[in-house]
Design a protein around this ligand. Structure first.
Ligand SMILES: [Zn+2]
Length: 296
Protein backbone atom coordinates (compact mmCIF):
# COMPACT_ATOMS: atom_id res chain seq x y z
CA UNK A 1 0.00 0.00 0.00
CA UNK A 2 1.10 3.53 -0.56
CA UNK A 3 1.75 5.62 2.47
CA UNK A 4 3.29 9.05 2.38
CA UNK A 5 4.98 9.92 5.60
CA UNK A 6 4.18 13.46 6.61
CA UNK A 7 7.79 14.22 7.09
CA UNK A 8 9.49 11.65 5.01
CA UNK A 9 12.75 12.64 3.47
CA UNK A 10 12.20 13.60 -0.14
CA UNK A 11 13.00 11.32 -3.03
CA UNK A 12 16.22 13.27 -3.39
CA UNK A 13 17.49 11.80 -0.17
CA UNK A 14 20.95 10.41 -0.67
CA UNK A 15 22.71 9.14 2.40
CA UNK A 16 26.42 9.75 2.44
CA UNK A 17 29.25 9.00 4.77
CA UNK A 18 31.15 12.19 4.27
CA UNK A 19 30.33 15.65 3.01
CA UNK A 20 32.66 15.23 0.06
CA UNK A 21 30.61 12.36 -1.34
CA UNK A 22 27.27 13.96 -0.59
CA UNK A 23 24.88 15.06 -3.28
CA UNK A 24 24.96 18.74 -4.09
CA UNK A 25 21.23 18.76 -4.76
CA UNK A 26 18.43 17.69 -2.48
CA UNK A 27 18.93 16.59 1.04
CA UNK A 28 21.97 14.79 2.31
CA UNK A 29 21.54 13.98 5.94
CA UNK A 30 22.81 11.61 8.53
CA UNK A 31 26.22 13.20 8.38
CA UNK A 32 28.18 13.90 11.49
CA UNK A 33 31.11 15.68 9.97
CA UNK A 34 30.90 19.00 8.23
CA UNK A 35 32.04 22.54 8.70
CA UNK A 36 33.41 22.91 12.19
CA UNK A 37 34.40 26.52 12.27
CA UNK A 38 32.76 29.76 11.26
CA UNK A 39 35.36 30.07 8.53
CA UNK A 40 34.08 26.91 6.87
CA UNK A 41 30.42 27.90 7.06
CA UNK A 42 28.74 29.64 4.18
CA UNK A 43 26.44 32.65 4.33
CA UNK A 44 23.59 30.30 3.44
CA UNK A 45 24.08 27.99 6.43
CA UNK A 46 20.65 27.07 7.78
CA UNK A 47 20.37 27.17 11.57
CA UNK A 48 17.93 24.99 13.47
CA UNK A 49 18.15 26.53 16.93
CA UNK A 50 16.16 24.55 19.45
CA UNK A 51 14.66 25.32 22.82
CA UNK A 52 13.05 22.00 23.74
CA UNK A 53 10.56 21.33 20.93
CA UNK A 54 10.54 25.00 19.91
CA UNK A 55 12.68 26.36 17.10
CA UNK A 56 13.90 29.85 16.32
CA UNK A 57 12.18 31.14 13.17
CA UNK A 58 11.78 34.46 11.45
CA UNK A 59 8.84 35.99 9.61
CA UNK A 60 5.09 35.37 9.40
CA UNK A 61 5.72 32.78 6.73
CA UNK A 62 8.30 31.12 8.92
CA UNK A 63 11.81 30.46 7.71
CA UNK A 64 14.87 29.28 9.54
CA UNK A 65 17.72 31.75 10.09
CA UNK A 66 20.50 31.75 7.51
CA UNK A 67 23.92 33.11 8.35
CA UNK A 68 27.55 32.20 8.42
CA UNK A 69 27.69 32.27 12.20
CA UNK A 70 25.31 32.39 15.13
CA UNK A 71 27.17 35.45 16.38
CA UNK A 72 26.20 37.38 13.27
CA UNK A 73 22.55 36.57 14.01
CA UNK A 74 22.91 37.89 17.54
CA UNK A 75 21.49 34.65 18.93
CA UNK A 76 23.15 33.08 21.96
CA UNK A 77 23.34 29.33 21.61
CA UNK A 78 25.25 26.53 23.22
CA UNK A 79 26.48 23.31 21.60
CA UNK A 80 26.04 22.77 17.88
CA UNK A 81 25.59 19.58 15.87
CA UNK A 82 26.14 19.42 12.14
CA UNK A 83 23.11 17.80 10.43
CA UNK A 84 23.93 17.59 6.73
CA UNK A 85 23.31 19.50 3.52
CA UNK A 86 20.14 20.66 1.82
CA UNK A 87 20.81 21.56 -1.81
CA UNK A 88 24.40 22.20 -0.81
CA UNK A 89 23.43 24.43 2.14
CA UNK A 90 25.00 23.32 5.42
CA UNK A 91 22.34 22.61 8.07
CA UNK A 92 23.37 22.97 11.69
CA UNK A 93 21.43 22.36 14.89
CA UNK A 94 22.10 24.37 18.02
CA UNK A 95 20.64 24.62 21.50
CA UNK A 96 19.35 28.05 22.40
CA UNK A 97 21.17 29.38 25.43
CA UNK A 98 18.93 29.40 28.53
CA UNK A 99 19.96 33.02 29.02
CA UNK A 100 19.14 34.05 25.44
CA UNK A 101 16.52 36.68 24.74
CA UNK A 102 15.33 36.70 21.15
CA UNK A 103 15.13 40.07 19.52
CA UNK A 104 14.48 41.60 16.12
CA UNK A 105 12.84 39.30 13.59
CA UNK A 106 13.31 36.15 15.63
CA UNK A 107 10.71 34.21 17.54
CA UNK A 108 10.05 30.68 18.74
CA UNK A 109 7.67 28.28 17.04
CA UNK A 110 6.74 24.82 18.27
CA UNK A 111 7.74 22.04 15.91
CA UNK A 112 4.14 20.82 15.60
CA UNK A 113 3.05 24.29 14.51
CA UNK A 114 5.62 24.30 11.71
CA UNK A 115 4.00 21.33 10.01
CA UNK A 116 2.49 22.63 6.76
CA UNK A 117 4.15 26.02 7.32
CA UNK A 118 7.57 25.02 6.00
CA UNK A 119 8.29 22.54 3.22
CA UNK A 120 8.64 18.84 3.98
CA UNK A 121 12.42 18.74 3.75
CA UNK A 122 12.80 21.62 6.17
CA UNK A 123 10.25 20.08 8.54
CA UNK A 124 12.13 16.77 8.45
CA UNK A 125 15.40 18.51 9.27
CA UNK A 126 13.78 20.53 12.05
CA UNK A 127 12.35 17.34 13.56
CA UNK A 128 15.77 15.74 13.39
CA UNK A 129 17.36 18.82 14.94
CA UNK A 130 14.99 18.73 17.92
CA UNK A 131 15.86 15.10 18.64
CA UNK A 132 19.59 15.50 18.20
CA UNK A 133 19.76 18.63 20.34
CA UNK A 134 17.73 16.85 23.03
CA UNK A 135 20.16 13.89 22.93
CA UNK A 136 23.17 16.24 22.96
CA UNK A 137 21.81 18.10 25.99
CA UNK A 138 20.98 14.99 28.00
CA UNK A 139 24.21 13.10 27.33
CA UNK A 140 26.79 15.63 28.45
CA UNK A 141 27.90 13.22 31.17
CA UNK A 142 28.52 9.51 31.23
CA UNK A 143 25.47 7.60 32.51
CA UNK A 144 27.77 5.03 34.12
CA UNK A 145 30.47 7.09 35.88
CA UNK A 146 29.34 10.73 35.47
CA UNK A 147 32.50 11.85 33.67
CA UNK A 148 31.94 14.59 31.04
CA UNK A 149 31.56 12.88 27.65
CA UNK A 150 33.39 13.62 24.41
CA UNK A 151 31.63 13.97 21.06
CA UNK A 152 33.13 11.54 18.54
CA UNK A 153 34.16 13.26 15.32
CA UNK A 154 33.14 10.54 12.87
CA UNK A 155 29.82 9.27 14.19
CA UNK A 156 26.81 10.57 16.06
CA UNK A 157 27.99 9.28 19.41
CA UNK A 158 29.49 10.41 22.69
CA UNK A 159 32.25 8.55 24.44
CA UNK A 160 33.27 8.55 28.06
CA UNK A 161 37.04 9.11 28.34
CA UNK A 162 37.09 7.32 31.70
CA UNK A 163 35.06 4.11 31.30
CA UNK A 164 34.80 4.16 27.46
CA UNK A 165 30.99 3.88 27.43
CA UNK A 166 29.52 5.02 24.11
CA UNK A 167 26.13 6.65 23.93
CA UNK A 168 24.18 6.98 20.70
CA UNK A 169 20.90 8.81 20.10
CA UNK A 170 18.15 6.46 21.22
CA UNK A 171 14.66 6.11 19.91
CA UNK A 172 11.65 4.90 21.87
CA UNK A 173 9.62 2.84 19.36
CA UNK A 174 5.87 2.83 19.70
CA UNK A 175 3.19 0.98 17.78
CA UNK A 176 -0.04 2.52 16.57
CA UNK A 177 -2.81 0.38 15.18
CA UNK A 178 -6.06 0.69 13.36
CA UNK A 179 -8.43 -2.13 14.34
CA UNK A 180 -11.32 -2.78 11.97
CA UNK A 181 -14.47 -4.89 12.14
CA UNK A 182 -16.18 -4.92 8.78
CA UNK A 183 -17.01 -1.31 7.95
CA UNK A 184 -16.22 -0.11 11.44
CA UNK A 185 -13.00 1.03 13.08
CA UNK A 186 -12.10 1.14 16.73
CA UNK A 187 -11.40 4.61 18.10
CA UNK A 188 -10.68 5.47 21.69
CA UNK A 189 -10.49 8.57 23.77
CA UNK A 190 -7.72 9.13 26.33
CA UNK A 191 -8.26 11.62 29.17
CA UNK A 192 -5.45 13.84 27.85
CA UNK A 193 -7.05 14.30 24.40
CA UNK A 194 -8.55 17.65 23.44
CA UNK A 195 -12.32 17.91 23.76
CA UNK A 196 -14.20 15.28 21.81
CA UNK A 197 -11.22 13.83 19.98
CA UNK A 198 -10.84 10.08 19.44
CA UNK A 199 -7.90 8.24 17.92
CA UNK A 200 -6.53 4.80 17.20
CA UNK A 201 -4.78 2.86 19.95
CA UNK A 202 -1.04 3.18 20.49
CA UNK A 203 1.61 2.17 22.98
CA UNK A 204 5.33 1.88 23.60
CA UNK A 205 7.30 -1.24 22.79
CA UNK A 206 8.68 -3.00 25.85
CA UNK A 207 12.10 -4.69 25.99
CA UNK A 208 11.95 -8.18 24.55
CA UNK A 209 8.83 -7.67 22.47
CA UNK A 210 8.36 -7.87 18.73
CA UNK A 211 6.29 -5.06 17.26
CA UNK A 212 3.42 -7.48 16.57
CA UNK A 213 3.49 -8.67 20.19
CA UNK A 214 3.26 -5.06 21.34
CA UNK A 215 0.22 -4.51 19.11
CA UNK A 216 -1.52 -7.56 20.56
CA UNK A 217 -0.64 -6.69 24.15
CA UNK A 218 -1.62 -3.05 23.95
CA UNK A 219 -5.02 -3.84 22.41
CA UNK A 220 -5.63 -6.52 25.04
CA UNK A 221 -4.57 -4.25 27.90
CA UNK A 222 -6.40 -1.14 26.76
CA UNK A 223 -9.72 -2.51 25.51
CA UNK A 224 -9.71 -6.26 26.35
CA UNK A 225 -10.24 -7.63 22.84
CA UNK A 226 -8.25 -10.05 20.71
CA UNK A 227 -7.16 -9.19 17.16
CA UNK A 228 -5.94 -11.00 14.05
CA UNK A 229 -4.29 -10.35 10.68
CA UNK A 230 -1.80 -7.79 11.96
CA UNK A 231 -0.15 -6.08 8.99
CA UNK A 232 2.52 -3.41 8.73
CA UNK A 233 1.24 -0.05 7.46
CA UNK A 234 4.08 2.45 7.63
CA UNK A 235 6.19 4.39 10.06
CA UNK A 236 6.76 7.94 11.08
CA UNK A 237 9.46 9.72 13.06
CA UNK A 238 7.78 11.22 16.12
CA UNK A 239 10.20 13.67 17.67
CA UNK A 240 8.18 14.47 20.82
CA UNK A 241 10.85 13.97 21.97
CA UNK A 242 12.40 10.79 20.56
CA UNK A 243 9.91 8.22 19.37
CA UNK A 244 9.36 6.28 16.16
CA UNK A 245 5.74 5.41 15.46
CA UNK A 246 5.25 2.11 13.66
CA UNK A 247 1.77 1.77 12.20
CA UNK A 248 -0.22 -1.45 11.79
CA UNK A 249 -3.67 -2.51 10.70
CA UNK A 250 -5.48 -5.46 12.31
CA UNK A 251 -8.91 -7.00 12.46
CA UNK A 252 -11.15 -7.72 15.41
CA UNK A 253 -11.17 -11.39 16.41
CA UNK A 254 -13.03 -11.78 19.71
CA UNK A 255 -13.92 -10.29 23.06
CA UNK A 256 -16.11 -7.58 24.53
CA UNK A 257 -14.86 -3.98 24.42
CA UNK A 258 -13.87 -3.04 27.96
CA UNK A 259 -11.73 0.09 28.33
CA UNK A 260 -8.93 0.17 30.86
CA UNK A 261 -10.12 3.17 32.89
CA UNK A 262 -6.68 4.58 33.73
CA UNK A 263 -5.83 4.93 30.04
CA UNK A 264 -9.08 4.96 28.08
CA UNK A 265 -12.02 7.23 28.84
CA UNK A 266 -14.24 5.84 26.09
CA UNK A 267 -13.94 3.44 23.19
CA UNK A 268 -16.36 2.53 20.43
CA UNK A 269 -16.73 1.28 16.87
CA UNK A 270 -17.27 4.00 14.26
CA UNK A 271 -18.17 3.98 10.57
CA UNK A 272 -17.03 6.60 8.07
CA UNK A 273 -20.43 8.29 8.45
CA UNK A 274 -20.28 8.86 12.21
CA UNK A 275 -16.64 9.66 12.85
CA UNK A 276 -15.81 11.81 15.88
CA UNK A 277 -13.10 14.52 15.68
CA UNK A 278 -9.79 12.78 14.91
CA UNK A 279 -6.12 13.86 15.02
CA UNK A 280 -4.65 16.33 12.52
CA UNK A 281 -2.89 15.44 9.31
CA UNK A 282 0.58 15.53 10.85
CA UNK A 283 0.05 12.20 12.55
CA UNK A 284 0.22 8.64 11.32
CA UNK A 285 -2.99 8.11 13.32
CA UNK A 286 -4.79 10.30 10.82
CA UNK A 287 -3.08 8.55 7.90
CA UNK A 288 -4.40 5.23 9.18
CA UNK A 289 -7.93 6.58 9.59
CA UNK A 290 -7.92 8.29 6.18
CA UNK A 291 -6.60 5.14 4.55
CA UNK A 292 -9.46 3.11 5.98
CA UNK A 293 -12.12 5.68 5.08
CA UNK A 294 -10.87 5.93 1.49
CA UNK A 295 -11.30 2.18 1.08
CA UNK A 296 -14.97 2.24 2.11
ZN1 LIG B 1 32.02 6.67 32.10
Amino acid sequence: MTFLQPFAISSQFSPATSPTTGSTTGLTIGLTTGPTTGEEMTLSTLWFICDGSNLVVTGDCPTFPQAKTLESLGIAAVRTQFLGYLNGQPCVAAALSPAASLQGPFGLSHLRGLYGQVNEDLFAIAARAVQIVDWDRTHQYCGQCATPTIQLPTERAKRCPNCKLRQYPRLAPAVIMLISKGEEILLARAPRFRDGMYSVLAGFVEPGESLEETVTREVREEVSIEIQNIRYFGSQPWPFPNSLMVGFTAEYASGILTPEPSEIEDVAWFTKDNLPPVPGKLSIARKLIDWFIERQ
